[in-house]
Structures are given as C-alpha cells and as structure tokens.
Ligand binder design. Structure first.
Ligand code: ADP
Length: 298
C-alpha cells in the first residue's frame, strides 16, 4: 500500500456509535495493517475492552475497490461465531472513518511469536495446530475459504488461544464444487492452484496451514527464497525439504498438507485425527512465558 495508515487516519479520543448509543474510549495503539489501524478501546458503559479496527474513508476512496472489499470482509466476518475466530462485535461510521469492534487479542499474532521464538516445541505446535484446525474446520463447514492464513493473521489472546482474523481475502463458496478462479491480493502462503489460476477451493487453506506448521517447527517457511519469482517456481514444483529435526508424526502431517494435488490434501477434520494431534493431551491454555521461551519439560 502506498499511504501510511497511522498518518492518514484521524482517530478521535472517543468513538461514538450513535445508532446503538455506545461510547468507546480510545486506549493504547495496537498496530497497523495494510489500510487499518487498531486501538484497544473500552465501552464506557460496561467497561468491556475490545479491539477497534479503524479505516479512514479517504483511504477507501483513494484505493481502487477497497470499499467493496471492506464490505465483503465485514459481511463474511459478521456471520462467524467460534472460539478460534476473532469475534466481530459491531461496526459503525462517522464522517471520516469506519470503525469495526472486534474481540481483543492481547498477545498480538503468531508472527511476533515466531520472530521471538523461531522454533517452537512439538507440545506448543500441537496446541496451536489443534486450535487453527478447529477454526478452519468451522470456516469450511460454513462454506468460507479464508485464503490468507498466515502467522500474522493468527491472533493470540491473553491465554495464547488462537483467534483467526483478517477476512480481507475471504470468500464464500456458493454451490457444491464451485472453484474460485481469481483472487485480489497476494496471500503469503499461496497454494499452487491459486497461482496457476486453474480454480481453487477449501484445499488452498489446508496448503497454507501446512506452511504455517512447517514455519513453526523449522523456523522458516517452506518455500522461502530471495525472490518472489523463485518462491512461486518452488511452490508450483512443490519443491521443499523436510529437515530431520521434525518428528515423524509432524512430518507426516506437513507432507499430507503440502501436496500439489489439492484433492489429495486431507480436510481439517481428517487432520485433527492425525497421530501428531490425536491421543495427546492438549492444554486449554499456554502461559504467556511461552511468548519468549519454551515451556519447561516439554
Ligand atoms: P489490515 O486489514 O489493514 O491488514 P489488520 O487486520 O492486519 O489490518 O490489523 C492491523 C493490525 O491491528 C494488526 O497487525 C494487529 O497488530 C492489530 N489487530 C488487528 N486485529 C486485532 C485484534 N482483534 N486484537 C488485537 N490487535 C489486532
């Protein structure tokens, strides 16, 4: 994106949802994305804390198609209700901005976790993968393809529970067997069938989760190279190496997800039954010390 959102968005100290008669106090700055800025906000009546994602209307006018994309994103996100999906509470607007009220994820995303920790333990990876798969299973059962699953869109709450967010590239499958041909924007962990534009569906998300799991256990994404062109060539050839440090049951799962033929990739529900996940105790939370160091005895 060309403009810097933090400079262009003019965010008032109080956010007023005049239709619902709710007043939010703007608290600390949380981060900025391609076209949104995010603040911690507080409902002044209930004292409840949320994330306020704010998009400047002038930016929407400047950027081609951006308003339609934001509307599509909100329409999809609004319908979703699952413990591993960032909850969409409401949205409103004033003359300058559009405000989206979301469940707050205090511990940022798995991108920051990855930058600090690089390689995480099997115990932690199982915990995260279980939650990612539960969230994706819910999305696919509701005919939604996320299409941009990556570490930066996997948000973490205070208990390090995963909340899938950013539905900017998501789409709805309208009829059985529908294949989407085009995608606006470049997903990070793009599947080969998306690149070649032969038609893609739910399996493109499974490929992306394969890339996420690989990055968590190896410390870098599977198709990373110096140039985009070379990365795309490797993706199309499914050319990646599985280091020996990855245990056999995790290797089996990654290999299953990173297959060129989308039909051969297991669905989210099947993946939940793979040996790496099934039959293991999965904790309901991780301590926040896991953001910076491996848990003891795991
Ligand atoms: P964009 O759609 O412009 O890419 P993002 O959805 O990535 O915007 O949000 C911008 C930034 O705001 C993120 O990088 C993250 O730091 C923060 N953010 C977004 N949603 C939340 C949330 N629910 N809780 C906490 N922080 C969030």
């Amino acid at each position: 994106m060309s403009s810097k959102p933090a400079d262009t968005v003019n965010v008032p100290a109080m956010l007023v949802d005049s239709k619902k008669n709710v007043l939010y106090e703007r608290l600390r700055f949380f981060g900025k994305g391609g076209y949104a800025v995010c603040f911690k906000i507080k409902d002044t009546k209930t004292d409840k804390i949320f994330a306020g994602k704010i998009v400047s209307k002038s930016l929407l006018i400047k950027e081609h198609n951006q308003r339609e994309k934001l509307t599509q994103e909100m329409m999809i996100h609004q319908t979703l209700d699952h413990k591993n999906i960032v909850k969409f509470l409401s949205f409103f607007e004033d003359a300058i901005n559009i405000y989206i009220v979301l469940e707050l994820c205090e511990n940022r995303s798995m991108m920051e976790l990855h930058q600090r920790r690089r390689v995480i333990t099997d115990y932690e990876c199982r915990f995260y993968m279980y939650q990612i798969l539960e969230g994706v299973k819910y999305l696919h059962e509701n005919n939604i393809i996320h299409r941009d699953l990556k570490l930066g869109n996997l948000f973490l709450n205070d208990q390090l529970n995963v909340k899938i967010g950013d539905f900017g590239l998501a789409t709805r499958i309208e009829f059985d067997g529908e294949r989407k041909k085009t995608l606006c924007g470049t997903p990070n962990y793009v599947a080969p069938e998306v690149l070649t534009e032969i038609g893609h569906s739910f399996e493109a998300d499974i490929w992306s989760i394969g890339c996420v799991m690989y990055a968590l256990l190896v410390g870098r994404p599977p198709f990373e190279t110096k140039t985009l062109r070379e990365t795309y060539r490797k993706i199309k050839m499914c050319d990646y190496k599985m280091p020996k440090i990855v245990c056999p049951s995790a290797t089996e799962m990654i290999i299953a997800m990173l297959q060129s033929n989308p039909q051969k990739r297991p669905c989210a529900n099947k993946l939940l039954h793979f040996d790496f996940i099934k039959g293991h105790h999965i904790p309901s939370f991780l301590p926040s010390s896991c953001l910076t160091m491996a848990p003891r005895s795991h």
